[in-house]
Write a new protein. Structure first.
Lengths: 132, 418
């Protein structure tokens, strides 16, 4: 079963991390990622920019609003796609992440359709331009 | 991240909202701060055992307020019989309030706190000190070190600022539209001053280095409250893009590396990306302001993969807009740098020569002028300009950079003579 693992956390806190704190969390997470990547169960993982960078289009009146759709204390800050045999295994993945990055919540949402060939290169392209 | 580090980060990020809400209850800065400290101590004890609460901010507000009420109760016990029933009635009525705090309440609270710190009666130095102490929670010692004054002097500065604010009366009514926009401008100016303190500090200046991060944090906070205000977007984008270059701006010896010589792979891509997106959002509002224009200038630099690719015509045009919005010789000076790239050093020099009177005490004027004269082969005059610049340098790194030019001039003139 494919799951999207949606990462919710206090955005003010996560965006307030210094570069050192952020690097430390990412280093801890990447250990968990490695393990699941090796078994081929971890698909794309995506980190979202802060909600202050978001724009929302309300469809009915074609109204463009600055900011995210939902103003919540815990914002959606990123998500993973995983391919696991069971919900139990999905939870195991989420627990591995939680050890590296406590606080907030992971929502496991089953995926109806996954299109692995579809390009998500727009973000990568900008990234590559400045990549180390 | 360890649990303790997580708790620390959570306390720091919750601070503005919690102190702001406690201020609403107590209407006194010191009482609000004390209650916050109290709540933090309880959090350290409680969260390590029970795990962090779902909403740390609401938890801290409730606990901070109750702790303060408790201590009032205890104190009154020593004086007279406490009116227990009354006190607990009040508490029962108010307990669910923290839970019901919605975003608009938070927004008003934090805004009030920021407005208080940027009270028009306070000079900018006191505004910054008060904001860093109250909103950011830096210790007096940290602030004193950042501004190169003694701890006692800084303590006094903050105490004086608090007294002035108390005297003026804390405004608990939501300010009207005109006052609001005036105050907002003051808050933005304060945040940008904090940023520049951090930005101008060298890499080894740990006391001031964190100020840029702090200013960005405050900028994000402000944008969350004014999510459709293009100038607030401009301010945040400007700070993000400037800060993205932090690692490239100094070499391992702490010497300044100019934009043209910077290793652009050291620029932080995520900050640039965020800045660019926010500018795009702001531009949609079709209301231009100085922060947004400055952000757009920074963005043109950020977009160039190599220095040679820089869109100097675009930068020249943006500086022209900025000159129109906020006429200032410093902006003309900056524009001249772009003009030197598009029309050559002579055109740029012609532009800045008339500024000599106004900018005679300004380091960057003499530095830039020296650079242009050097490009024109007027070594002797360049040397004089650099000498003048070095005597006006604000930091060791600035002085060292000009020194490098002078040394090169000396070496060249020796070579020419031999």
């Amino acid at each position: 079963m494919m799951y999207a693992v949606l990462c919710y956390n206090n955005e003010e806190m996560v965006c307030g991390w210094s570069k050192e704190q952020d690097d430390a969390v990412m280093a801890a997470l990447s250990k968990a990622h490695d393990k699941w990547e090796k078994s081929g169960k971890l698909k794309p993982s995506i980190r979202l920019l802060p909600t202050s960078a978001a724009t929302t289009l309300h469809k009915q009146k074609d109204m463009v609003i600055d900011g995210p759709y939902a103003e919540t204390k815990e914002a959606l800050l990123g998500f993973y796609i995983i391919d696991v045999v069971s919900l139990e295994e999905g939870l195991e993945f989420a627990r591995d992440l939680a050890k590296a990055n406590p606080g907030g919540a992971y929502e496991l949402r089953p995926i109806h359709m996954y299109n692995p060939g579809a390009p998500i290169d727009g973000a990568y392209e900008a990234e590559r331009q400045y990549a180390k | 991240m360890t649990d303790l580090a997580w708790i620390d980060a959570a306390l720091v990020s919750a601070r503005p909202q919690v102190v702001a809400a406690l201020l609403r209850y107590f209407r006194d800065l010191d009482a609000a701060e004390e209650a916050f400290q109290d709540a933090c101590l309880r959090a350290l004890k409680n969260w390590t055992v029970n795990g962090p609460p779902r909403d740390p901010t609401a938890w801290l507000i409730m606990v901070g307020r109750n702790a303060a009420l408790d201590s009032v109760r205890k104190r009154s016990k020593q004086v007279a019989m406490p009116d227990e029933e009354k006190v607990s009635d009040v508490e029962d009525a108010e307990t669910p309030m923290a839970e019901r705090l919605d975003e608009s309440q938070y927004r008003d609270d934090v805004l009030r706190l920021l407005f208080i710190c940027c009270h028009p009666d306070l000079p900018p130095t006191q505004q910054i000190a008060l904001a860093l102490r109250i909103v950011s929670g830096l210790t007096v010692k940290q602030i004193a070190r950042a501004f190169l004054v003694g701890e006692a002097a800084m303590e006094q500065r903050i105490t004086r600022a608090k007294a002035k604010v108390a005297e003026a009366g804390v405004p608990f009514e939501t300010p009207g539209a005109v006052e609001r926009s005036e105050r907002l401008a003051a808050v933005m100016a304060m945040i940008y001053l904090v940023f520049n303190e951090g930005y101008s500090a060298g890499p080894k200046d740990e006391a001031r280095g964190g100020l840029a991060d702090e200013a960005i944090r405050l900028g994000r906070l402000l944008l969350r409250m004014f999510s459709a205000e293009p100038e607030v977007m401009g301010l945040l984008a400007l700070m993000l893009i400037q800060h993205s270059r932090a690692e490239a701006r100094f070499d391992s010896q702490g010497a300044i590396v100019l934009l043209e010589d910077q290793d652009r792979s050291l620029w932080r891509a995520n900050l640039i990306q965020e800045g660019l997106v926010i500018i795009e959002k702001a531009v949609r509002h079709q209301r231009t302001g100085p922060y947004l224009v400055q952000a757009a200038i920074a963005a043109l630099h950020a977009r160039a993969p190599k220095f040679e690719d820089t869109d100097w015509n675009g930068i020249d045009a943006l500086y022209a807009t900025l000159e129109r919005l906020t006429p200032s010789p410093v902006i003309t000076l900056n524009r001249a740098v772009a003009v030197s790239k598009t029309k050559g050093p002579q055109a740029a020099l012609d532009m800045i020569e008339p500024l000599g009177d106004k900018l005679s005490g300004y380091f960057h004027f003499h530095g830039a002028r020296g650079g242009l004269l050097l490009q024109l082969g007027r070594q002797k005059e360049a040397r004089e300009a650099f000498d003048r610049a070095i005597s006006l340098a604000n930091t060791a790194a600035e002085a060292a950079h000009i020194r490098m030019h002078i040394d090169r001039l000396i070496a060249e003139s020796k070579k020419a003579r031999s």
